[in-house]
Design a protein around this ligand. Structure first.
Ligand code: PEP
Length: 256
């Protein structure tokens, strides 16, 4: 999966009403349809209620799935059962979802999701044939206490099943939705730490695992982020809700 392929993943969070979601999906699908190179893969992750209609737009406009694909923002580990309010990975796969974000810091913090629970979700996503996008990252306090590497190692050890196959997104919690991003040096250092940890704990798959950065990514610094050695893409929250801005971020990804 790694090599030259770059990922631009949009996390729409719980920020878009239906009408806006449909317009945004149409704009992005029109842009991606015109792209002849397929070295940049765009993935959009609407909220659960919008997945079916966004999928319909992508399939009706006949967009190649290696250009624009559909992702979800979460899944529940069980295939089915009495889990009121939850959505399984199998159900997502059934409606044409191909990627799923798991372990986003908003879920780790606001829903108290543990590394172990996240690992169960990752296994269920893989069983359902989805590509999991696992978010890891330190809080501001952990960063200030010099614990970044330790936290990243705990999250990698606890959240990933053996021979993990999927995508990792490094999202420092203090950078999400704050407009603050790490310096390029700090980002380079943490990306290298994660790559080394993956090689240590996931030796069979580490070299194939794309590593993304997420946290207040905007079009004015996305090209710099892409230029960092070892960065295979970006996970974008707020800026993915404006078609023009998100398209500029897609355009800043290097094309081979
Ligand atoms: C995110 O939600 O994963 C994210 C990175 O958000 P933002 O880009 O708004 O910081």
């Amino acid at each position: 999966m790694r090599n030259t392929l770059k990922f631009v993943i949009g996390n729409w969070k719980m920020l878009s009403q239906q009408q806006h979601a449909l317009l945004l999906a149409r704009d992005l699908a029109s842009y991606c349809k015109k792209q002849s190179h397929h070295s940049v893969r765009t993935v959009i992750c609407p909220t659960f209620t919008q997945l079916v209609s966004v999928e319909k737009i992508i399939s009706e406009m006949q967009i190649a799935s290696d250009s624009l694909a559909l992702g979800a923002q979460d899944c529940y580990p069980a295939k089915e059962g009495a889990f009121t309010g939850d959505v399984s990975a199998t159900m997502l796969s059934d409606i044409g979802v191909r990627y799923v974000i798991i372990g986003h810091s908003e879920r780790r913090q606001k829903h108290h999701e543990s590394n172990e629970f996240i690992c169960e979700k990752v296994k269920s996503a893989l069983e359902a044939g989805l590509i999991p996008v696992i978010c890891i990252g330190e809080t501001l306090a952990e960063r200030q206490e010099g614990k970044t590497a330790q936290i990243l190692e705990e999250q990698i050890l606890g959240s990933l099943p053996q021979n993990f196959s999927g995508i990792i997104a490094y999202e420092p919690v203090w950078a999400i939705g704050t407009g603050i991003t790490p310096t390029m040096d700090e980002l380079q250092e943490n990306i290298s730490i994660i790559r080394t940890l993956l090689e240590k704990h996931q030796p069979k798959t580490a070299s194939q695992t794309p590593l993304l950065y997420g946290g207040s990514v905007k079009s004015d610094q996305s090209a710099d982020i892409f230029s960092i050695n070892g960065v295979d893409g970006v996970l974008v929250g707020g800026a993915s809700l404006k078609a023009d801005e998100f398209i500029k971020i897609i355009q800043s990804a290097p094309k081979d």
